[in-house]
Design a protein around this ligand. Structure first.
Ligand SMILES: C[S@@+](CC[C@H](N)C(=O)[O-])C[C@H]1O[C@@H](n2cnc3c(N)ncnc32)[C@H](O)[C@@H]1O
Length: 277
């Protein structure tokens, strides 16, 4: 199902058109992504020369998206990162938690034509697009079997507003190495989304909260709280080797900013089990 265009949203109707204008946008996105890669040496890049072609592929593919206005899901800037990160990691298997309308699952298929893709959601009420060879699962990923996970060749994408500390532990137990999270907000910004996935990755590394502290914020005038559990946060933190928030591309694309993505590399499960990590 294709949604109506929103005339007030530049992403829907406006953008570079001429080939040289599009090439300039591609170059600006490539520079931004290459800058992040340069500052993130632990992220495996087979060749820096892959970024430009991946960005140009994304710019060709994105206009064909099935959902014109994926409000509350991944939009231009987030999709750009998801596409390029996927191309760089070259996964055999992608597991998504948080299908919603189906846009990000569709994007993964464009970025990784040969990968197996499973996408989970607790409801399919919003599902508006199905791609033939994607496995759409109803329910939490903890209740579903997965194809065999190859740590280096599998991406877990968590865009489900569920506790990220729990997702780290679950993904590590299932053999994942590479995770991408949406909505990794620091504790003072939890009010920005309806159901923040707290404790978020950022919160695991904050040093200002105490064990048992009740954090309180308001969302649309209603009070929300979370009680911090230090032992739980430490257990998740011990499984994270590296993490980084990618810079939102809004500054270079002009399209609406979102809360941004976070890339996480988990510790090697075998080394951890052997007490070497
Ligand atoms: C922000 S939307 C996902 C957007 C989608 N990834 C995209 O970019 O097009 C969040 C989705 O997470 C789903 N969700 C909530 N709890 C979940 C759970 N335990 N497991 C999987 N999905 C869940 C919601 O139903 C909602 O559809």
């Amino acid at each position: 199902m294709v949604e109506l265009l929103h005339a007030d949203d530049p992403e829907m109707v406006d953008g570079p058109v001429g080939p040289r204008q599009v090439a300039r946008l591609a170059a600006a996105m490539t520079d931004a992504i290459t800058g992040w890669l340069g500052a993130t040496p632990w992220f495996p890049v087979p060749s820096a020369g892959l970024v430009g072609p991946a960005v140009r592929s994304f710019l060709r593919v994105y206009p064909q998206r099935p959902i014109a206005d994926n409000a509350s899901g991944s939009r231009f800037n987030t999709c750009g990162w998801l596409f390029v990160l996927t191309r760089l990691l070259g996964p055999h298997l992608i597991v998504e938690s948080g299908t919603h309308r189906g846009q990000s699952a569709w994007l993964f298929r464009q970025a990784a034509p040969d990968a197996r893709i499973a996408t989970f959601d607790i409801t399919h009420d919003a599902l508006a697009h199905r791609t033939d060879d994607i496995d759409y699962r109803l329910g939490d990923w903890n209740d579903g079997d997965l194809p065999p996970v190859n740590a280096e060749g599998t991406i877990g994408f968590f865009d489900d507003h569920v506790d990220q500390a729990a997702r780290v532990r679950e993904a590590w137990a299932r053999g994942f190495r590479w995770l991408i999270f949406d909505d990794n907000l620091p504790s003072h910004l939890l009010f920005l989304t309806g159901r923040p996935p707290a404790p978020t990755i950022s919160m695991l590394y904050e040093t200002t909260w105490r064990d048992g502290e009740r954090m309180t914020w308001s969302r649309h005038g209603r009070l929300r709280t979370i009680d911090m559990d230090q032992a739980k946060c430490e257990r998740a933190r011990a499984l994270i080797a590296d993490w980084s928030i990618v810079p939102d591309l809004g500054a270079v694309t002009g399209y609406r900013r979102q809360t941004g993505l976070t890339v996480v590399q988990l510790v090697d499960r075998d080394r951890q089990r052997d007490g070497l990590a």
